[in-house]
Design a binder for this molecule. Structure first.
Ligand code: MRU
Length: 367
């Protein structure tokens, strides 16, 4: 996607120095566009854990490049031991997004099939690049399939703007390019369909306010920021036609883990008869899980709730306290939306019902 007219992905190897991996430090957005360079596994672990990068797809792509960095640094005589240590450290950086372990396992598998260390290094790099390229390509396809849903609603509304509500950031910044929930929006925009996006602010990290609203502005998409609790009201008064969110992990039965608050949006959508879609590339499915309640839910520091970071009038970054000193805060970062509340899953292969049989029909090789 474009930032101030220049085309970027969210992660890329440095030209002529592929052992250096560039990321956009998302903690600084939307106030500053800062590119950070990663050269060690511990930098990659910190970048994922401390959310310089975030969003399931990008977490996976970053872990893939983390394994490539590990391969660059590993001594020849202890290569696989070094790779296993890196896999463990990267795998523990965040618990909920399936893409993280999926990417690590994919690089490890390709590395293990090679015999010489130089071939193993080459395999780590080419697999990390393939994961990133595939992520972008799959999101683009999600956009092509999901666009048709928006087109259909637009037809029913006789061309009146389609109002779409989204939660957190399942946009370009959560992937390598395009995004999952945003890709159908970009597709519909390209097809000339009038639309408007309600952006949940997404406390406590404010990914909606800081990232999604900024991303949509960069793309010239009409959008309005709302508080996390406003969605139900807007649905009741007929201001939402469609909900599209992303997911960090979806079971083979269609239960969806996504940013905390997603479940409440799904309940409100069901009560108001509004379609609730989840957009995801296949790398986000957990083919081993039958029940969403088995998905590990990240619990982050309570300080992320009691403090908030933004800029003051001079533009410098400030963190201020919202709650009384000593306030206890519990920061559950994700929740589970049961499959029965999901109208459909928008994947790179098409749109499917959130049922085990329909998912298996679309992805027979995994089930
Ligand atoms: O804590 P984050 O910012 O990594 O959470 C991101 C989300 O919840 C997204 O909606 C999710 O990753 C799905 S889109 C990749």
């Amino acid at each position: 996607m474009k930032v101030n007219g220049t085309q970027y992905r969210t992660i890329w190897p440095e030209t002529n120095s592929p052992e250096i991996i560039n990321i956009i430090d998302q903690r600084q957005l939307p106030f500053a566009f800062v590119i950070e360079q990663l050269t060690t596994v511990s930098q990659v672990v910190d970048a994922i854990r401390d959310m310089h990068v975030r969003g399931a797809g990008l977490i996976g792509a970053t872990a893939g490049f983390g394994m490539h960095i590990a391969a660059c640094c590993a001594p020849d005589n202890r290569f696989m031991e070094h790779m296993q240590n890196a896999a463990k450290a990267l795998g523990e950086s965040r618990p909920t997004a399936r893409n993280l372990k999926w990417a690590i396992e994919r690089v490890m598998k390709e590395v293990s099939t090679q015999t010489s260390v130089s071939d193993k290094r080459r395999a780590a790099f080419s697999t990390a690049c393939a994961i990133a390229d595939e992520d972008a390509e799959f999101c683009k396809k999600i956009g092509e399939h999901g666009r048709k849903l928006i087109e259909e609603i637009s037809r029913r509304k006789n061309g009146q703007p389609v109002n779409i509500l989204t939660h957190c950031n399942a946009g370009w910044l959560a992937f390598v390019d395009y995004g999952s929930a945003t890709a159908p929006i970009y597709g519909a925009r390209d097809a000339g369909i009038p639309l408007h996006v309600w952006v949940d602010e997404t406390r406590p990290w404010n990914q909606g306010a800081k990232l999604t609203a900024w991303e949509l502005q960069q793309e010239g998409i009409d959008n309005t920021l709302i508080t996390d609790n406003a969605g139900g009201h807007l649905m009741q008064i007929g201001m939402v036609d469609l909900v599209i969110v992303g997911t960090d992990r979806t079971t083979r039965t269609g239960d969806v883990a996504n940013k905390i608050g997603t479940y409440l949006k799904a309940l409100a959508a069901r009560d108001n008869n509004i379609p609730f879609y989840v957009a995801l590339p296949s790398s986000t499915f957990d083919w081993n899980l039958d029940n969403g309640q088995e998905i590990p839910i990240e619990i982050r520091s309570g300080g992320e709730i009691t403090e908030v970071t933004g800029t003051d009038a001079s533009g410098s970054l400030q963190t201020v306290t919202l709650a009384a000193p000593g306030t206890r805060a519990a920061n559950y970062s994700f929740d589970i939306t049961p499959a029965r509340l999901v109208t459909g899953l928008i994947t790179e292969r098409g749109i499917t019902a959130a049922t085990p049989a329909a998912i298996a029909q679309l992805f027979p090789e995994y089930t």
